[in-house]
Design a protein around this ligand. Structure first.
Ligand code: UDP
Length: 408
């Protein structure tokens, strides 16, 4: 078992200035009857990707409310993460090439983890498919188990979904990031938006000097437009497509492109994708490909804040937390209309949606030539995130669900 290092706590009072005293009072009221009850979050990586990002902020916020919430990470090896990445892609609707031992490998790692993880908390929240079979350890009629799925399940590969569904249907409830992702299940389903922490190092206001230093470090010119996509190097994030869009824009604007990405310990494909990206960039000095450490929140924050336009050209997406992060910073965003992105980008109101490389380039060009519209989209985007995608609301939703489960 990998116990996650305690993420830093931020005093609850500090959130009052952002979300209002009423929101914090509601949180306190929901937390009170749950004091002393044990809650356990389990996922498959401590850093890298949106799930780790959320848990990293959710758990300390729960602790601030004196709740006994823990977060542990299941252990895997390369063979396990190869299988789970192929499941991930297949659930997103990509082709699945079944290898004979896939299901066996998947089950054997889940079984090994059962022995080492604390599975007796009163509220167990299992994130995503990797640890879904831990449910086998649940004694009948004992604690509450819910499955939180962060993947777009609207067009899953049948074979993989049929295999996983046998486990999912044994949970008390499932939570999805968008109504379109829900499946026909015998258990209750809830809509749970992912969320960002406005006060975390990833999203807090930054000293302009620090932003300058980061630009300086990566030799990015603050005087010319900066287009940025921050994502793990993953084919489904389409970094090569971003380069193709940039090349079209470059014919009209002397801009730069920043592609920044770390890795996640449960994603084995990063190195291969990075190679493709380097090839596509073809040593263009205005394309900055930054391999960030898996945990570099201040740098990500600085790069997002320094951007003229933030791009998220995913081919498939669960939610796309990077979009909320950029909107929170009042950045104009051009993003693909996939997965949970249209929940965040209301076209022409909180950003611009695109459906292709050419469309992405077109929208970027439009924003570069209409800075006043770009600024307005950023303002609206900030408000949209404030109303819908902040960590305080997310914790409230968890607590309400726990209280509901307790009564059922
Ligand atoms: N991220 C990061 N460093 C990177 C790439 C991504 O810190 O090099 C963060 C990003 O800021 C966001 C999360 O990882 O908080 C990615 O979440 P998202 O939902 O966008 O995508 P996922 O990786 O979960 O598919």
């Amino acid at each position: 078992m990998t116990e996650v290092l305690a993420p830093s706590r931020i005093p609850l009072e500090n959130y009052v200035g952002v979300v209002g005293a009423g929101e914090i009072e509601e949180l306190r009221a929901l937390a009170k009857p749950l004091r002393g009850r044990s809650m356990e979050m389990i996922n498959s990586t401590a850093v890298g990707g949106g799930v780790a990002e959320i848990l990293n902020r959710l758990v300390p916020l729960a602790e601030e409310l004196e709740l006994a919430m823990r977060w542990d990470v299941m252990k895997g090896a390369e063979e396990f993460f190869d299988v789970t990445k192929s499941f991930h892609n297949a659930l997103h609707g990509e082709p699945y090439l079944h290898k004979s031992k896939d299901f066996e490998i998947f089950l054997s790692y889940n079984e090994r983890n059962r022995a080492n993880l604390p599975l007796d908390a009163e509220f167990m929240v299992i994130h995503d498919p990797q640890p879904v079979a831990l449910i086998d350890a649940r004694p009948p009629g004992s604690n509450h188990w819910v499955w939180r799925c962060h993947i777009d399940l609207s067009h899953p590969n049948r074979e993989v979904w049929n295999f996983l569904e046998k486990f999912v249907s044994r949970y008390d409830a499932a939570m999805f990031s968008s109504p379109e992702f829900s499946r026909q299940l015998s258990i209750s389903q809830y809509l749970f938006y992912p969320a960002i922490d406005p006060l975390s190092e990833k999203n807090c206001p930054l000293d302009p000097e620090l932003i300058e230093q980061v630009l300086d470090r990566y030799q990015i010119d603050p005087q010319r437009p900066i287009l940025t996509q921050i994502s793990r190097f993953d084919r489904l994030k389409d970094p090569v497509g971003v380069i193709r869009a940039y090349r079209i824009v470059k014919r009209y604007f002397d801009c730069q492109l920043v592609l920044a990405g770390g890795s996640a310990s449960d994603d084995p494909e990063g190195a291969l994708v990075l190679k493709d990206v380097l090839r596509a960039a073809d040593k263009d000095p205005d394309i900055k490909i930054l391999e960030l450490p898996a945990w570099a929140p201040l740098e990500v924050n600085a790069l997002q804040r320094a951007s003229t336009i933030v791009v998220q050209k995913s081919l498939r997406e669960g939610f796309g937390l990077t979009v909320s992060e950029a909107l929170w910073k009042k950045k104009p965003v051009v993003a693909s209309a996939v997965g949970g992105i249209p929940t965040q980008i209301i076209h022409k109101h909180t950003g611009l949606l695109a459906y292709s490389v050419e469309g992405t380039a077109y929208q970027i060009r439009f924003l570069l030539s209409h800075p006043e519209i770009a600024a307005k989209l950023g303002e609206n985007g900030h408000q949209h995130v404030k109303e819908n995608f902040l960590i305080t609301q997310k914790l409230k939703r968890y607590l309400a669900l726990f209280l509901l489960l307790d009564r059922s």
